[in-house]
Design a protein around this ligand. Structure first.
Ligand code: HEM
Length: 137
């Protein structure tokens, strides 16, 4: 993931603000995802509160290791392979990305500057590409 130091700082700073309100953040994320693509609902477990906590803590772990590919890669490859079992296919990754960017916009308000958006889009695009490739291998 070829992010600059500034981009990493923007991602870390904005994620901290998001994580402080984890349940609300996860709610915005899954509401957006399911509103846009209702066919995804049955793929997910009934306990979406737990799911939200898992998703946010995984994002936190990824953000924490974003500067260190050696640590990040095995974690992301495992995550991608587990997702094959959940029924995730490459086309789903853009839907998750859209919901993520929407969530950042909703939760950060004025803090969601063009530079913050750009850094997250770049990071998520790279993450999704790695996950899709890992899922196929
Ligand atoms: C960067 C992208 C993603 C991240 C960080 C992420 C993160 C997670 C995490 C942490 C879990 C908990 C289970 C586990 O750790 O294996 C999970 C579960 C799940 N994810 Fe994702 N996910 C991503 C992309 C996707 C995509 C593209 C889909 C496709 C629709 C998806 C669908 C699911 C489903 C259905 C579950 C529930 C599995 C179950 O408990 O039965 N995720 N995700």
């Amino acid at each position: 993931m070829q992010l600059t130091e500034d981009e990493i700082d923007l991602i870390r700073g904005s994620f901290r603000a998001l994580a402080l309100g984890t349940p609300a953040t996860a709610t915005v994320f899954y509401e957006r995802l399911f509103e846009r693509t209702p066919s995804l609902v049955p793929m997910f477990p009934a306990d979406m509160e737990q799911q939200g906590v898992k998703m946010m803590s995984m994002l936190g772990a990824i953000v924490a290791q974003i500067h260190d590919h050696t640590a990040l890669l095995p974690m992301v490859v495992d995550l991608a392979r587990r997702h094959v079992g959940y029924g995730a296919v490459p086309e789903h990754y853009d839907l998750i990305g859209e919901a993520l960017i929407h969530t950042l916009e909703q939760r950060l308000g004025a803090g969601f500057t063009p530079a913050v958006r750009e850094a997250w889009v770049k990071a998520y695009t790279a993450l999704a590409a790695v996950m899709i490739e890992a899922a196929e291998s």
